[in-house]
Design a protein around this ligand. Structure first.
Ligand code: SF4
Length: 289
């Protein structure tokens, strides 16, 4: 397989065949993200993708899901993406679902009919980074979308009956807007009703603007207790009718993994133990991205 640069995939794609169809991220401006720094965005040549599919048709017969890397594969124009899904179906007939990361802009560039068309050719899951539902925070981190646009994009994916996983980031609003971030992120999630909510914790990386701002003292991230309180407000305000909630990423100090609304009280009890200092936390050295 031809892989270039950093290959990043959601934790739940650990067993998927990773097919790199783009390199980098066409947005590449989020102030907290160092994933594709210095990497030029491009859609890879069909010839390279076809050669990877040929390889996979012989050597990757055990996986039932393909994850299309990198950062926002939905940026691929509709016709080309349909062709790509068709090629996957033809070369790897045992593949049942195609998954990818997509940003809000690329989702909204699709009509509902186009998303449904992608669903028909195998697009089974979209991962969308919301990070925050707090307007000022979205602007500060240069996410490239407003909360209203995030809601519209998320609802459009749900309407096309594509599984939607939405990511949020604890700590991203700093101390200043921590509580508003928690409450307003929950509100946006309530309006989207994602199939899966994934909660991560901001890691301050040296090669990111937010990491540099923290080093310079112009951005202050909440401490552990502040993060746990932020999480508590967020989870308490979640009111989705059904969905998975996973806060089991390597960046988190402890894990939550279950279903809403069924496990909400259990989640809150775990968070309360973290706030009270009676929960075993992941050591700092073991946290990561
Ligand atoms: S859209 Fe995603 S991959 Fe691209 S810069 Fe933002 S967080 Fe990073």
């Amino acid at each position: 397989m031809h892989y270039e640069g950093n290959i990043i995939r959601p934790p739940s794609e650990a067993n998927s065949l990773i097919l790199q169809v783009t390199t980098g991220c066409s947005h590449n401006r989020c102030t907290f993200c160092g994933a594709y720094q210095g990497q030029q965005f491009q859609i890879k040549d069909d010839a390279i993708i076809e050669s990877d599919l040929e390889f996979a048709s012989v050597h990757c017969t055990g996986q039932s899901t393909v994850f299309l890397a990198d950062g926002d594969a939905l940026v691929i124009p509709q016709k080309r993406l349909l062709h790509l899904c068709g090629m996957i179906k033809e070369k790897l007939p045992w593949i049942r679902r195609i998954h990818l990361y997509a940003n809000c802009r690329d989702i909204l560039a699709r009509t509902p009919a186009e998303l449904s068309e992608l669903k028909r050719v195998g697009l089974g899951r979209i991962y969308m980074g919301l990070e925050s539902g707090h307007e000022k925070t979205l602007a500060a981190i240069d996410k490239g979308a407003t909360a209203a646009e995030m809601i519209q994009a998320g609802q459009r994916v749900k309407k096309a009956k594509i599984f939607l996983s939405v990511t949020c980031l604890l700590g991203i609003a700093g101390i200043r807007y921590s509580l508003q971030h928690a409450a307003e992120t929950a509100e946006v999630l309530n309006q989207i009703e994602p199939n899966q909510i994934a909660i991560l914790t901001l890691m301050l990386l040296e090669n990111t603007k937010i990491g540099q701002a923290a080093a310079a003292g112009t951005f202050q991230m909440p401490d552990k207790l502040g993060l746990f309180q932020e999480l508590r407000i967020m989870v308490a305000a979640l009111n989705v009718s059904r969905g998975q909630l996973q806060a089991n990423h390597a960046s988190n100090y402890f894990s939550l993994d279950g279903r809403l609304p069924r496990d909400k009280d259990d989640f809150l009890a775990i968070i309360d133990r973290a706030i009270a200092g009676t929960l075993n936390l992941k050591p700092e050295a073991l946290r990561g991205l």
